[in-house]
Design a binder for this molecule. Structure first.
Ligand code: GLU
Length: 327
């Protein structure tokens, strides 16, 4: 009798245990995704941070853990995404175009990156030329004979600098001393008077341009004009300005004329539809919150975030755009 009772009881206890206290199912596997950005004083780095922040809020739902990596910029990001070292990258629209088309004279000359996929575009970026006032540089033509940082290999701006210089008839190898330093280091070098000027293709406001214009050495943001043929030649370049309101330390008093591109968000065809869908959905469903994360996003609309993309849209992103009636 006692024995039956004990057996009965233990059966009951195990039944309760198995019903009510089922050990939690093994946690859904966490998928780690890394976003390649740029130097920490650019806008790509906080952009990666903004996207991660929004996606990581839903970590329980998607099992995605997003992290950000500071990198050498657009070209590095395309190559790292293609190699599978990064899942996403922020990339200039001109670089996206060149990579997907294997454009002549680009890093991907004759090697189209057929697996490159676009997700959305982000803020506008302008080719920003900063020069010390003492260097006497007031136009891009004045770079003749000067020490100029055109950007590190791996950066987006390097080709933009070369295109602009070539457009005004300056030869990179003969007419100036071109440095290949990372954008994050250029403001310090300008303030130390070790370079006369630097190019940076960046959204505004950017920490790097603030740093360059807020020091002891007076700095001018130099207009880039006389490049109409360049703008006509390439579909990805357009006229743009550097809004001077963000840089009260610069000697300029008005917005500076230049040309520009767009920052875009890319991935690889090999990244799963579910991951790309989740990232896209979180950014777009939380669009107003996302926009507040950086002043450079002020001009964003859901519609213009689908413009300026030359690689095919990733099917995961497309699933969201269809659902949301954006495509
Ligand atoms: N446009 C730059 C590049 O592609 C990066 C700008 C930024 O980090 O905001 O290298």
């Amino acid at each position: 009798m006692k024995r039956t009772l004990i057996i009965g009881l233990s059966l009951a206890i195990s039944a309760v245990l198995s019903l009510g206290f089922t050990p939690p199912q093994a946690e859904a596997k966490t998928t780690f995704v890394t976003i390649g950005t740029g130097g920490i004083t650019g806008v790509y780095y906080p952009t990666g941070g903004a996207i991660s922040k929004i996606v990581n809020k839903k970590r329980k739902e998607y099992g995605i853990r997003c992290t950000v990596e500071s990198t050498g910029g657009s070209v590095f990001n395309v190559n790292a995404v293609m190699a599978g070292d990064l899942e996403f990258g922020v990339v200039q629209s001109d670089r996206q175009y060149q990579a997907v088309n294997g454009s002549k004279d680009s890093e991907w000359d004759g090697r189209p990156q057929t697996d490159l996929r676009s997700v959305f575009s982000i803020h506008p970026e302008s080719i920003t030329l900063c020069a010390s006032v003492d260097s006497g540089i007031k136009s891009i033509q004045d770079l003749n004979g000067k020490n100029v940082n055109i950007g590190n290999p791996g950066s987006g701006q390097r080709q933009n600098s070369i295109d602009a210089l070539t457009a005004v008839g300056l030869d990179l190898t003969k007419d100036l001393n071109a440095e290949g330093i990372k954008a994050a280091e250029a403001p310090g070098l300008l303030q130390d008077e070790r370079i006369d000027a630097f190019f940076y293709t960046v959204g505004h406001p950017s920490g790097a341009i603030k740093e360059a214009t807020a020091g002891k050495v007076k700095v001018r943001i130099v207009p880039i004009t006389g490049i109409d043929a360049l703008l006509d030649k390439y579909p990805y370049y357009a006229k743009a300005v550097v809004p001077i309101e963000f840089y009260p330390g610069a000697v300029n008093k008005e917005d500076v004329t230049t040309f520009g591109v767009k920052a875009t968000f890319v991935t690889s065809a090999k990244v799963s539809d579910d991951v790309v869908y989740a990232v896209t959905k979180e950014v777009f469903d939380n669009f107003e919150d996302f926009k507040k994360l950086h002043p450079a996003y002020k001009v964003l609309t859901k519609k213009n975030m689908l413009e300026g993309l030359s690689a095919k849209i990733h099917p995961g992103a497309m699933r969201y755009y269809k659902e949301a009636g954006l495509k």
